[in-house]
Ligand binder design. Structure first.
Ligand code: HEM
Length: 412
């Protein structure tokens, strides 16, 4: 456990090499201890990072820790520029993921109505249609980039359908979503990251302001209508908070699920005998998707801020210091998982933390699982000769683990 400013930890974590393969670094740091101090600001300020499954799980559930962390996201920007991004801080600060009980509890209870297991399962035929529509044209070509052709367009289509927004907006959504992901997932955030994220959030809010006005006149069975009902019940959501949840859902529903799909297929392409196993036994898809979530977790870390001085793993952490739960590292913790670096499609009792834990446990987990199951099984079944055309590269983002591209040959 390292308490002093630990540039070596920072250097080990924030490199291109690390992003391409973070697991040896996670393992080495975990062997040294579950908790490390990461000096992010030249000795001026730092964050704590937790690498073990047990401590990450405890941190995510700890009521002494707050999910409100947006203002901390600007600290790498020059002091005299931070004020330019008040609007970004204000708007992201309304996202459910960044608020605490009791407001969070009230909002979550109402939002859960849109994400019950039966509501999600009812969407399966619709999701199957979306995937078939995307895969049909691939039957006539010999190679493709599955990030561009499948993983990128599919979850945005699904969440757009759930929110009831038109297909014509999807390219703009993808562009805005990428800007928010770059800001959220980069610990060394720059003015440019903040500027792009602020423009994206403003544009999305503007879009949803108009969509909500229109939906008020003509309510349907979609998530925007559910959020309008919540807002109209009073007390829980204001009009602006309503737009903020729409932006959050669009972002959260797409940026992560696409990475699950691409990384899951990539993991299978690297071990063709496991792909064959899944093709022969499609019932494996449920445990397989849990394993893809564990093996290449789409969100590599989440964060909390200490609301009081606390002691964690024997170390005193002062009030206001951020703590990162390194979910990607926890999901390879040998104390929790047997042979953690082996992809085991049959793994049972897979208590991974890909969706975190505690009150902020991912509300869209069932939807993401179902989308992953449908997309991955369909491509495996429809393209039995598919193989990797060349090594894939990971996007240089510390928080969101996803492939830049996934070039495959269909062998047809
Ligand atoms: C593979 C796909 C996904 C992964 C890996 C993922 C992961 C996560 C994680 C780790 C958190 C908790 C963060 C924390 O504890 O601070 C979270 C929260 C959340 N996720 Fe997901 N997510 C996925 C898909 C989705 C989808 C499809 C939706 C919605 C359509 C969604 C909506 C949300 C929301 C609204 C929250 C905040 C919940 C709260 O604060 O109560 N996610 N997700």
């Amino acid at each position: 456990m390292s308490e002093k400013p630990a540039n070596p930890v920072r250097k080990a974590l924030f490199t291109d090499e690390f992003v391409q393969d973070p697991y040896p670094t996670y393992r080495r740091l975990l062997e040294e201890g579950p908790l490390h101090f990461v000096d992010v600001g030249g000795g001026m300020w730092g964050i704590w990072a937790v690498f073990s499954h047990a401590v990450c799980s405890a941190v995510a559930k700890d009521p002494r820790l707050s999910a409100k962390r947006i203002d901390r996201m600007l600290v790498t920007l020059p002091m005299d520029r931070q004020g330019e991004f008040n609007e970004l801080v204000r708007m992201l600060g309304m996202w459910m993921i960044f608020i605490d009980p009791p407001e969070h509890t009230r909002m979550r209870k109402l939002m859960n109505k849109g994400f019950t297991p039966s509501a999600t399962e009812a969407l399966r035929p619709q999701v199957e249609k979306v995937v078939d529509r995307i895969l049909d044209p691939l039957a006539h070509i010999s190679q493709a980039d599955l990030v561009n052709e499948l993983a990128y367009p599919m979850p945005v289509r699904v969440i757009s359908e759930l929110l009831g927004v038109p297909e014509t907006m999807e390219n703009a959504f993808l562009h805005w979503s990428a800007a928010i992901a770059e800001f959220n997932g980069s610990p060394g955030r720059t003015v440019e990251h903040a500027q792009n994220a602020q423009n994206a959030v403003l544009a999305l809010t503007d879009f949803f302001r108009r969509a909500v006005a229109e939906r008020r006149r003509n309510k349907g069975n979609d998530l925007i209508s559910l959020l309008i009902d919540i807002e109209e019940e009073g007390e829980v959501l204001t009009e602006e908070e309503l737009y903020a949840q729409c932006v959050m859902l669009l972002f959260a529903g797409h940026e992560t699920t696409r990475n699950l799909i691409a990384s899951g297929i990539y993991s299978l392409l690297r071990e063709p005998e496991k792909m064959a196993e899944l093709r022969e036994n499609p019932a494996l898809i449920r445990t397989a998707v849990e394993e893809f979530l564990r093996f290449e977790s789409p969100i590599q870390y989440t964060a909390r801020v200490a609301m009081e001085d606390i002691t964690l793993c024997g170390v005193r952490i002062p009030k206001r210091q951020p703590i990162l739960c390194m979910l990607g590292a926890a999901n390879r913790d040998p104390k929790q998982f047997k042979d953690p670096d082996t992809l085991n499609l049959n793994r049972l009792n897979n208590q991974h933390l890909a969706f975190s834990a505690g009150p902020h446990f991912c509300i869209g987990s069932q939807l993401a699982r179902m989308e992953g199951q449908v997309a991955i099984l369909k491509i495996v079944q429809r393209f039995p000769k598919m193989r990797l055309a060349q090594r894939a590269e990971w996007t240089p983002n510390f928080g969101f683990r996803g492939l830049k591209s996934l070039p495959v040959e269909f062998g047809q």
